[in-house]
Design a protein around this ligand. Sequence first.
Ligand SMILES: NC(=O)c1ccc[n+]([C@@H]2O[C@H](COP(=O)([O-])OP(=O)(O)OC[C@H]3O[C@@H](n4cnc5c(N)ncnc54)[C@H](OP(=O)(O)O)[C@@H]3O)[C@@H](O)[C@H]2O)c1
Length: 268
Amino acid sequence: MRPIENLTREVNRMKLEGKVALITGGGTGIGKATALLFAREGATVAVAGRRENKLAETLKAIQTHGSKADYIVGDISKVSDTERIVKETVNRFGGLDILVNNAGVFKGIKLNDTTEDAFDYIMGINLKGTFFMCKHAVPEIQKRGGGAIINIGTALGIKGYRGSSTSAYSASKAGVIMLTKALALELAQHKIRVNCVCPAVVETEIFETLGIPEEKIPERMKMWEAFHPIGRNGKPEDIAHAILYFASDDSSWATGSILNLDGGVTAG
Ligand SMILES: NC(=O)c1ccc[n+]([C@@H]2O[C@H](COP(=O)([O-])OP(=O)(O)OC[C@H]3O[C@@H](n4cnc5c(N)ncnc54)[C@H](OP(=O)(O)O)[C@@H]3O)[C@@H](O)[C@H]2O)c1
């Protein structure tokens, strides 16, 4: 953390200069916005996900601005892929300072309709994938003398909402929230800070996977605006700025923090 006297002199300083960041789910939505913001702040960025075409779009957008980046195709529900994604990042960029565990899937399914496969799919990506990304990234971050891990939770992992039918999703993200706190304590001695950002509704393509007919999505988004006391849904950039805060030295005293970033949804 820089002393207050230096702040006026450092307004133009990039917040992530010299850092290597790995962002899962960086091909779309919150992950893409975070990748672009991190690159603008001087980071070298690796994005990972299953769809190569989406990752390539992010890469192109970053490279247009002259920043260094690459993508790694992988499925974080496979432990071997989590290890490979970290290894390839380090091989390409020489180390790792920041891990953003953003990849996730959202399913609204009633308990009675939740098959073992559906449960394993949600848990395998949201919780197991996040866990093993941490496991493989931590030794690399340690080699750099410390760094930051930022997990993405959700308002649905903090509070229940009548009619939401998200028991498996909510449980997976509640696991991510508790993983954040447990790891924050375990890793503080290694100077690795672990924090979590919990959004409410953010307008991304995650809603295309809910089975809502495509033409009805804008109408549904409009309806969700009223759910937020602040009167609008979140934008990926709203979340990216909070992730940047936890990734940078601006938050050097923060670890184990769970940030409700939700237009006021969990305030009531
Ligand atoms: N949007 C919201 O309202 C909201 C609210 C609260 C929390 N969140 C959380 O925010 C995070 C980002 O979501 P988003 O809203 O930006 O939605 P999104 O655009 O659908 O992003 C999710 C990303 O995760 C990747 N992903 C999914 N499964 C993966 C796997 N097995 N391995 C690797 N990558 C995988 C996807 O890429 P591929 O499909 O190509 O793998 C996609 O790029 C998620 O964790 C989500 O739960 C979102």
